[in-house]
Ligand binder design. Structure first.
Ligand code: PLP
Length: 477
């Protein structure tokens, strides 16, 4: 055996780690100050090909940079979610404490598929999930898992739904026999719902679109006709997906009447609350999710309205036993289900085998800051969304797509005349290149709207005053 090469030894040298970590924390803290005080542009825009050219694929055999230089390059070129004028997609400015915990969990790297591989993270995961289930109002038998994103959560929930309410054991028998299956969802549901259905072999027509009203909310009175039409075509409907809220507009489907319909027809009721399930934490806004406690399954992203770094998603089932339905495989080297409730081996119930130590991150954030902190945050951001809508209305030269339910607001600038769609696109492109604000766009009722998500806890009304002024200026640019 050769002696240990010096660079391998040095890579694991604790003193090297200590030195580098101290230096990096200083760099990141300085960055955090610059970002949160708005001293940085939100997104230092560089054309993709030009950016690519800076990161050569001709990686040399020896080191080609140092950690401080690399950190500096990554910090300066990234999209600065900690800048309070980041008001784009639904991704948070993560709690700095959680980023520190992330360093710990990255280093420990306990895979958490089975208890032995995550003896701290697995119990923390279970307790955090039980706390969430109580906030939602689910019964004590509720249980679930943490998984890698709302998209995976929706897929996993629909696998359980198919296994438990389609009358077929598709997991074992395959989908070949029997009538084709279908789910009902509104056109405003997240694309991952349709993708999950198609992954499950339901085909494009396996997602029956339920119409929405003028406020982009599912029309519960249209559910029976949608289900009947699918059944007439020979499809067996097994689930309804409701959004709380939907991604593009943040509007909340009325959950009570959807739950009533599901109960009457014996259908699985899945709530995609990736963004908005956190409304349960806000006394003022919990009414948006009335009926959420009747969900058979529920997705709630902690990397959206619980301020965690991506990805940490809670998937909850009202009957904890259902959480074992999506996957029922043995893998003798790792997974053996031997009891009915084998909570200590989360890999039995997740698409992931190895997964990050999400339990530590979620439980850690709740314990470090206290749960009231998150209630305050959610309430404040939902309030700010409504305040921004009021400001746009009062401005006179803007149009709201809809009076917002939460912290997602879609609007158009009307003051420039000409082709209004082109105008919104131009505004977004100018703002993107200036880096003063990061806003996104969407298409609603066939027209282009600017879209903001007010998700940074330090975003103020004054920022929004300046956003309005910035949009007006950009329309001329
Ligand atoms: C963001 C979002 C998703 C997707 O979640 P990821 O965590 O990004 O995979 C699904 N549904 C809704 C309603 C969302 O807002």
């Amino acid at each position: 055996m050769e002696p240990l090469p010096p660079d391998l030894a040095s890579a694991y040298d604790p003193e090297r780690f200590r030195r580098q970590a101290h230096q990096m924390v200083d760099q990141v803290a300085d960055y955090l100050r610059a970002a949160t005080t708005r001293a940085l542009p939100v997104l230092p825009w560089v054309e993709p090909e030009e950016q690519l050219a800076r990161w050569s694929d001709a990686l040399p055999a020896g080191p080609s940079t140092t950690l401080p230089a690399l950190v500096d390059a990554v910090l300066s070129g990234s999209n600065h979610l900690h800048q309070p004028r980041y008001v784009g997609h639904q991704v948070t400015a993560p709690l700095p404490d959680s980023a520190l915990l992330g360093m710990l969990t990255s280093l420990l790297n306990n895979g958490t598929a089975v208890y032995e591989m995550g003896p701290i993270s697995v119990p923390m995961e279970r307790s955090a999930l039980r706390w969430m289930a109580r906030q939602v109002g689910l019964p004590p038998a509720a249980d679930g898992v943490l998984t890698s994103g709302g998209s995976v959560g929706n897929l996993t929930a629909l696998l359980a739904a198919r296994q438990l309410s389609s009358g077929r054991d598709v997991w074992t028998e395959g989908a070949g026999d029997g009538p084709p299956l279908a789910i009902l969802a509104s056109a405003e549901s997240h694309y991952s719902v349709g993708r999950a259905a198609q992954l499950m072999g339901l085909g494009e027509r396996g997602v029956v679109t339920v119409p929405v009203d003028d406020a982009f909310r599912i029309r519960p009175e249209a559910l029976p006709a949608a289900a009947d039409a699918a059944e007439r075509e020979g499809r067996r409907v097994f689930a309804v997906v409701a959004s709380a809220g939907s991604t593009a507009t943040g509007m909340f489907d009325p959950l009570e009447p959807v739950a009533d319909f599901c109960r009457a027809r014996g259908l699985w009721f899945h709530v995609d609350g990736a963004h908005g399930a956190a409304a349960v934490l806000s006394p003022r806004h919990a009414g948006l999710v009335r009926g959420i406690d009747r969900a058979d399954s529920l997705v709630w992203d902690a990397h959206k309205m619980l301020l965690l770094p991506a990805l940490v998603t809670a998937l909850l089932f009202r009957d904890g036993r259902a959480s074992y339905a999506p996957f029922t495989q043995r893998a003798d080297y790792l997974l053996r289900q031997e009891t009915q409730d084998q909570w200590w081996d989360p890999g039995l119930r997740t698409l992931e085998c190895t997964k990050r130590m999400m339990g530590v991150e979620l439980y850690g954030a709740l314990a470090l800051h206290g749960t009231a902190f998150f209630s305050t945050y959610v309430e404040r951001m939902f309030d700010l969304g409504r305040r921004f809508a009021a400001m746009l209305r009062e401005a006179g030269d803007f149009e709201l797509a809809v009076e917002p339910d939460c912290n997602i607001v879609c609007f158009r600038y009307l003051g420039a005349g000409g082709d209004l769609d082109r105008c919104q696109e131009r505004i977004r492109s100018v703002l993107l290149r200036q880096g003063a604000f990061y806003v996104v766009q969407t298409r609603l009722r066939g027209r282009v709207y600017l879209r903001v998500t007010l998700i940074h806890p330090l975003t103020t009304e004054q920022d929004l005053v300046e956003l309005i002024a910035g949009v007006r200026r950009a329309s001329a640019g």
